[in-house]
Structures are given as structure tokens and as C-alpha cells.
Write a protein that binds this ligand. Structure first.
Ligand code: GLU
Length: 510
């Protein structure tokens, strides 16, 4: 048997371009990448596009862009060049199965010659009838091997006369297929449960099973890390390796991703495409950290990992067998942790497009203006206003709404909101006037959060008012909201003039 060289780890992802990259695909990509980097091996991308009827335009580009977005590098496969066109690199190409038809042709001939495969001329109608009969008898669907014993001459005659055919695998009878899954342990299946599956379809394209194992072998793949949904295919793959006399790679089937109801996650669960999560404002590193934890952790309590830590600690030993529950609350929590790690500038860079989209600010060359009035707005004001929210928000896409009042004067609140729950209208009126007076006394360049806080606390004390009587109406006057960053912090960002204007408006209102 031809051996594989385990000293040089080579893993691959083998996506079919049948849709946009979803969370499950990205998890497979990440685990292969981490495994390759941890083992100083090579990571290969191969496109399995033999089912031409399911081909989705743009899916391949979406995959390659996602890899680029995720900063996942790979050694071989298709790459997007500067013009956005696909180019292949690597010594084991082509890496797109539709360009490898000659290779499959050669290999199917080997199996036919070895009498491990056979032509099957059964019509669709016959197969359907057979399936229906089996269904009625509550039997699993299985080909009845009608053409298995046609002689070579008979088959050739039928081919010459133009009959349509497929090529099937001659599955050995009553044989135990046993393999070690690196995550699940020993798996044993009897061939009684394995069909004489199709290797080459009527359109002469190879099936997934056939092309997949030929390519994994020729591309010297050492480990196959893929979703659990492929585990039922693996006995077929083992049989094919054996039929060729090739050593199979090591298989590791990754746990299914489940929704909160512990059912397999599907499109019905809403946004499972990576694109959707990105457009919802999740940070790249947070999303990747979260996805890495869908079925793996280092065996410690650690939840936040840098890329280097992931590479260092990743091992198949710590990949779980049980399904991984996709918990949005956890994603939000991780996203929050990553948001807080950003510096003011980086945070603002991420938020500004959302402020522009919400038409709060407009970019004018290298400056920003308030969309409402067209007046210039200083980048440091934008950064300081945003920084107040950084500790509070879970997701960047909430930002425009939470900071709206910094960029627009058109905000409405009811005058009742100015009155703190333990206060009265009269006390509020008095407090607002006192606050205005007190703030007016602070020098423009002393107008800092701590000074304001200190002065207002003193003011409350000296006038027999509670802190709430003083700070609450200031909060509402500045933001129009019940929940906001600290009123003194907002006052500093607004500056003295603007703070006094909003206080005056509030007094007029009440
Ligand atoms: N083409 C399969 C897919 O779409 C590949 C499965 C495998 O990794 O073998 O995911």
C-alpha cells in the first residue's frame, strides 16, 4: 500500500461553490488553518465544482474574499489577483475539479480495469421504481446491483450503441470497514449498509466521493478535517482508497453546529452567512474567536485568544465530540470584549462609516461635517463622543443610534423625562437653574468631567438636593435619554457653550 508522509502535514478545505460562506464553512476553514499552522504544515484550497447544476455564480470569489478578510493564508489553490481574477498557485494543481477531468478519467479506468467498478445502464425510471418499492417495504434505498455482473463485452456494446450510463463502485460484500476518527475514535460500518455508489455520472463528471479521494491522494493530503455531516461518506472513501491500494489520510469529523434548540443550525436560523455577521457590525477578530470556540477550547477557562495563542494551543485532542451550540449572547459578549480592547482611534475608524450611513456626519475630503447643518466637526470631537460609548455597546452597529444626540440638535424628549423619579417638577426647575449657574462659573479650559462632577456634587449637598436631582436633568438635557454615558462626561465632550445651550433649552421646556 502506498504510504502517506505524516511528517509533513498537508490539510485542505474542499468547498463546493454552491452558496455563500456560512459559519460552519468558516469553522472548518479555521480549524484546518490552525491545524496546519500549529503543525508547521501546508494548507490547501481546492474547489469541488463537479456538481455543475448547483454552481452559484460568485460563490468562489466570496470564499476567496472571506479567506482574505479573515487573514487566513494558504499555500496552494486559487487566489484572487490584483484585478480580482482567480489565479491558481501550487505544484499539485489544477485546484479546481472541473479542470481535472482527464485525471479522473485515467483513474476510473484503473478501477474498471481492476474490476472494482462497473458500467450501469439502468434508466432513471427503473431506479425510481426500485426506490419506491423499497420505500413501500420500508427498506433503505439501495441499488439492486442489476448491472453489476454485465460482461465487459455486453457493456461495451451498449456504450457503442449510445446508451447512457453511470459508473458504479463494486462495493465488496459483507465487509467491515473500520477506521479511526481522530475525534470520534473507532468507527465500524458493514458494507451491507453501503450502496454500489456512483463514481462517474451520466454527464461524465465524477461524483464527489470519487473526485474527492483521487484529489486528496494526489495532493498528498495527510489529514481531512471536515464537518460531521460527511462522516457517512467516509466508509465509501475508505473502500475507494483500498480499491486503489492507497493509504487513506487521517479523518477528523468536526462537531455539528447547533442552534439554541439543539437542532442542526440551518438557514432558517436566520443569518448564518458570514457576510451577514460582518454587516451586522461584529468585529472580525471577535467573530473568528467565537467561531473557533464552536467545538474547541484549550481545555482551560480561557475564552479570548489571540491568533498566535490559537495556533499554539490548537489540537484535535481538544475538539469536542458533542454538537457545539451557537450562542449569540456569547458572541455579543466576546464582541464586547474586543470592542473594549480597541484604542480610541481604531474604535472611531470602525464607527465612522456607521455615522455616515446614518447621515449624522458626512465626509468632505479629509474633513467631516455635521450632515444636519453642514458645519465642520472636529475629528477629536467625534472620537471623544464615540469613546464614551465604547465601554457600553455590544456591537458597532448600535453606535449611530447611541451617539445620535452628539451630532444632531433635532432630538425630542418629553419635559416629564427631565424630572427624576424621586424628584418634582419644581425641584427640577430649581436644580437646572443652579446647574446652569454653577457650570457657567467654570472656566472654559477647566470644563472637564471630574471638575464638573465634583462641583455638581457639592452643589447638590449645599442646596439640600439629591445627586439625582442634579445629574438626572443634566443627562436628559444633554442627551434626551434615560440611559446615556455619565452626564459630566457628556458635558466635557460637548464643551461649555453647547452644554449651557442645551440646559437653557431644558429650562425653557419645563
Ligand atoms: N465538497 C465538500 C463540501 O462541500 C467537501 C467535503 C470534504 O471536505 O470532504 O464541503
Amino acid at each position: 500500500m502506498e504510504n502517506i508522509n505524516l511528517s509533513k502535514v498537508r490539510v485542505r478545505i474542499a468547498p463546493s461553490p454552491t452558496g455563500f460562506v456560512h459559519i460552519g464553512n468558516l469553522r472548518t476553514i479555521l480549524y484546518n488553518y490552525l491545524f496546519a499552522r500549529h503543525n508547521k504544515g501546508e494548507f490547501i484550497v481546492r474547489i469541488e465544482d463537479t456538481d455543475q447544476s448547483r454552481f452559484v455564480k460568485g460563490a468562489m470569489e466570496d470564499l476567496l474574499k472571506t479567506l482574505e478578510w479573515a487573514d487566513i493564508d494558504y499555500e496552494e489553490g486559487p487566489f484572487l489577483n490584483a484585478e480580482g481574477k482567480i489565479e491558481e498557485k501550487g505544484d499539485y494543481g489544477p485546484y479546481t475539479q472541473s479542470k481535472r477531468l482527464d485525471i479522473y478519467k485515467k483513474h476510473i479506468k484503473t478501477l474498471l480495469d481492476k474490476n472494482k467498478a462497473y458500467y450501469c445502464f439502468c434508466s432513471k425510471d427503473r431506479l425510481e421504481k426500485l426506490r419506491n418499492e423499497q420505500k413501500e417495504q420500508k427498506l433503505p434505498p439501495k441499488y439492486d446491483q442489476h448491472c453489476r455482473n454485465l460482461s465487459k463485452d455486453e457493456a461495451q456494446k451498449m456504450i457503442n450503441s449510445g446508451e447512457e450510463y453511470v459508473i458504479r463502485f463494486k462495493t465488496p460484500e459483507n465487509k467491515d470497514v473500520i477506521f479511526e476518527d481522530a475525534i470520534r475514535g473507532t468507527i465500524k460500518v458493514n458494507t451491507h449498509d453501503v450502496d454500489d455508489f456512483v463514481l462517474v455520472k451520466t454527464d461524465k463528471f465524477p461524483t464527489y466521493h470519487f473526485a474527492n479521494i483521487v484529489d486528496d491522494h494526489l495532493m498528498k493530503i495527510t489529514h481531512v478535517l471536515r464537518g460531521e455531516e460527511w462522516i457517512a461518506s467516509t466508509p465509501k472513501h475508505q473502500l475507494l482508497y483500498e480499491a486503489f491500494g492507497w493509504h487513506p489520510p487521517i479523518f477528523a469529523h468536526l462537531p455539528t453546529i447547533l442552534n439554541k434548540q439543539k437542532k442542526k443550525m440551518s438557514k432558517r436560523d436566520g443569518d448564518v452567512s458570514v457576510k451577514d455577521f460582518i454587516s451586522q457590525g461584529y468585529l472580525k477578530d471577535a467573530l473568528l474567536n467565537f467561531i473557533t470556540l464552536l467545538g474547541w477550547n484549550a481545555g482551560t477557562d480561557q475564552e479570548i485568544y489571540t491568533r498566535d495563542e490559537m495556533i499554539k494551543q490548537f489540537s484535535l485532542d481538544n475538539v469536542h465530540k458533542a454538537g457545539a451550540v451557537f450562542d449569540l449572547d456569547k458572541l455579543d459578549w466576546i464582541n464586547g470584549v474586543y470592542i473594549r480592547q480597541l484604542d480610541d482611534e481604531k474604535f472611531a475608524d470602525l464607527c465612522i462609516p456607521y455615522l455616515c450611513k446614518a447621515k449624522l456626519i458626512t465626509q468632505d475630503n479629509d474633513k467631516y461635517v455635521k450632515s444636519e447643518t453642514g458645519e465642520n466637526i472636529d475629528i477629536s470631537f467625534i472620537r471623544r463622543a464615540l469613546a464614551l460609548e465604547q465601554a457600553r455597546i455590544k456591537n458597532i452597529n448600535e453606535i449611530a443610534d447611541t451617539v445620535k444626540f452628539f451630532f444632531s440638535d433635532k432630538f425630542k424628549y418629553s419635559k416629564d423625562l427631565l424630572v427624576w423619579k424621586k424628584s418634582t417638577k419644581e425641584a427640577t426647575k430649581k436644580a437646572l437653574a443652579l446647574v446652569m449657574d454653577e457650570l457657567n462659573k467654570i472656566d472654559e479650559n477647566q470644563f472637564k468631567s471630574e471638575t464638573i462632577e465634583e462641583k455638581l456634587k457639592m452643589l447638590a449637598q449645599n442646596n439640600n438636593l439629591g445627586n439625582g436631582d442634579v445629574f438626572w436633568p443634566l443627562r436628559v438635557a444633554l442627551s434626551g435619554r434615560e440611559k446615556s454615558p455619565g452626564p459630566h462626561e457628556m458635558a466635557e465632550v460637548f464643551g461649555k457653550d453647547k452644554t449651557l445651550i442645551r440646559l437653557k433649552d431644558a429650562i425653557l421646556k419645563i
